[in-house]
Design a protein around this ligand. Structure first.
Ligand code: 13P
Ligand code: SF4
Length: 308
């Protein structure tokens, strides 16, 4: 089937089903084009809450659809591909969190939105890479657990040195394979090839690379930096799907990646055919246990409150 025909079908189904299509910057460009809104994890969560539509269709991985459902229990939320998962989300469980709680009294559990609903149900507040610093700065507890991403945890700790100096900060050992795989050498090589290009890095990156970064921030932060900086070329250290929006925002600028893969194979499982099927046949609806829904929605709502 021609892409044009498929796009027409998707537009028709979107209206018929009163659906809002949300997409993350890491999915393929054609899905980003068809979406009503493209954003980082935080912006997508906020957009899901603001929408009047009856259903939300998520072009992203499972935790994103689950978060949209947790924030909108009365809406129908669908995933384009239910097999597209974030491996990091499974690197901590509610049981692990309860073990930390047994050991450390007065513990505030700060959980990255890249986590399962079950893990969120055991957490105090969620964060995304674009609001984590603002939120963690406000925490009063003596002990803080940053989970599951060790790299985001290390980044938060390094940025909030003064604010956290009297606190005991624990960092869990999860990671995103796309960002953990970055090496100092690979970025150095890219810099040698493009000496004038600033290096824009996501905070999920391996901390061994911090020294080479000119900017560290979320996907929307990286996009803003590339749009607003005067330089004409950039080295991008995050998942390659972001290139679509980078080029759309600044068609005259040049964007380079390292020789590493920089691909999230889960995000790449999604495509237009699957989106059409999901809309047409009501596939992959997100259903969560009521008790989990109740408990897991609290840290997400807390995030929205504290990020203001
Ligand atoms: P942000 O879009 O919030 O920067 O997150 C990146 C990510 O890894 C999503 O899976
Ligand atoms: Fe998870 Fe990393 Fe893929 Fe984001 S890019 S969904 S953190 S594996």
């Amino acid at each position: 089937m021609e892409n044009k025909e498929l796009l027409g079908e998707i537009e028709e189904l979107k209206l018929k089903k009163d659906a809002l299509i949300l997409a993350h910057y890491y999915v393929d460009g054609d899905l980003q084009e068809v979406a009503d809104f493209v954003g980082d994890s935080y912006a997508l969560a906020k957009k899901a809450v603001a929408s009047e539509k009856k259903r939300i269709v998520f072009c992203g991985v499972k935790f994103m659809g689950e978060s949209a459902k947790l924030l909108n229990p009365h809406k129908r939320v669908f995933l384009v591909d239910k097999h597209a998962l974030c491996p990091m989300a499974d690197m901590i469980t509610g049981r692990d969190i309860e073990e930390y709680r047994r050991e450390y009294k007065d513990l505030c559990v700060v959980t990255y939105i890249n986590s399962t609903a079950e893990t969120k149900a055991h957490s105090d507040v969620c964060v995304t890479s674009s609001n984590a610093l603002r939120i963690v700065k406000k925490i009063q507890a003596d002990n803080i657990l940053l989970c599951p991403d060790k790299n985001l945890g290390t980044y938060i700790k390094s940025q909030l040195k003064d604010d956290l100096k009297d606190k005991n900060v624990l960092i869990h050992d999860g990671y995103c394979h796309v960002h953990e795989d970055f090496t100092y050498e690979a970025i150095q090589e890219a810099k040698a090839k493009h000496p004038k290009a600033p290096v824009l890095v996501h905070p999920e990156i391996n901390p061994a690379c911090y020294d080479l970064a000119d900017y560290i921030g979320s996907t929307s932060g990286i996009l803003k930096e590339a749009r607003e900086r005067p330089e004409e070329e950039f080295i991008i250290c995050t998942e390659r799907g972001i290139l679509h929006q980078l080029q759309k925002d600044s068609p005259h600028k040049k964007f380079y990646f390292t020789d590493l893969k920089q691909v999230c194979y889960n995000m790449k499982m999604l495509n237009l055919e699957k989106l059409r099927d999901c809309l047409r046949d009501d596939l992959n609806e997100v259903f969560l246990d009521e008790d989990v829904m109740e408990k897991a929605s609290r840290p997400l709502k807390k995030m929205l409150e504290m990020a203001e």
